[in-house]
Design a protein around this ligand. Structure first.
Ligand code: AMP
Length: 249
């Protein structure tokens, strides 16, 4: 069984992003970039399935600029067997990525595609769902447990107030939630090994995909500044203020 796993290069989650002065987006010049955290979980899950003898090959895919090669090397250091970079300097919106992935699903014929539930830069939470729609494959989003056996994936997913368990016929699309697993640390020997693993580079046009943006960002703004708090001398004053000023009691 082959697993396709997606890895997006995003601004590192520890970086506090700054909005550009013209409000056209966030400034990513000279900012640390890393693998999207939900995608680390996706790679970890795929590699565990291979280590358990359920999967035979894990193929990592990244779409974007040349430097996404680094993200693919990290995926291979976690344990992916090979990487595919779909290289483009254009902005790739979720629909464009989903179309690229659809073309790769047709080409590679994986039994399982594992994506992150959300990219922490655009917070779209769309690509997995769009890919499932374009391919006509069953999907389980926000997975917190995945069991693969007998041509099926049994997926527990996080829903409001509890968990829901689905059974999907393979091939299928799964998106990862935070509690699915804890990704391993990447070791130096594995980083060295990853350098020798195959990395193929394609262009969207090689896959016959039109990646032109369908959405235009009108404005990006910082959240409003919080006003300073006040110290209250006692509980009586606090209750009074909650009633008369905050009007929450
Ligand atoms: P999004 O719909 O943008 O929130 O992204 C959801 C998931 O789709 C991410 O966690 C990735 O697994 C995958 N994805 C989105 N964009 C890309 C990309 N440019 N390259 C590889 N994977 C991507």
């Amino acid at each position: 069984m082959k697993i396709l796993v997606t890895v997006k290069r995003v601004v590192d989650y520890n970086v506090k992003v700054r909005v550009k002065s013209d409000g056209s987006g966030v400034d990513i010049a000279n900012v640390k970039m890393s693998m999207n955290p939900f995608d680390e979980i996706a790679v970890e899950e795929a590699v565990r399935l291979r280590e358990a003898g359920i999967a035979t090959e894990v193929v990592a895919v990244s779409c974007g600029v040349t430097q996404c090669q680094e993200t693919l090397r990290t995926a291979m250091a976690i344990g992916a067997d090979r990487g595919i970079l779909v290289e483009s300097a254009d902005e790739l919106q979720p629909l464009a990525v989903a179309k690229i992935l659809k073309a790769l699903v047709d080409k590679e014929q994986p039994q399982l595609v594992i994506l992150g539930k959300q990219a922490i830069d655009d917070d779209s939470n769309q690509t997995g769902q769009m890919l499932a729609a374009l391919t006509g494959l069953p999907q389980a989003t926000f997975a917190s447990k995945v069991v693969v056996a007998d041509g099926k994936a049994t997926v527990a997913r996080e829903v409001d107030g509890g968990s829901e368990t689905l059974s999907l016929k393979l091939p299928a699309v799964i998106t990862t939630d935070l509690r699915l697993n804890e990704p391993r640390y990447v070791t130096l020997p594995n980083i060295m090994k990853a350098k020798k693993k195959p990395l193929e580079t394609l262009k969207p046009a090689d896959l016959g995909v039109d990646v032109a943006p369908r959405l235009k960002t009108l404005k990006v703004a910082e959240p409003p500044k919080r006003s300073a708090g006040v110290m209250v001398p006692d509980v009586k004053t606090l209750v009074e203020k909650l009633k008369t000023e905050a009007k929450v009691l």
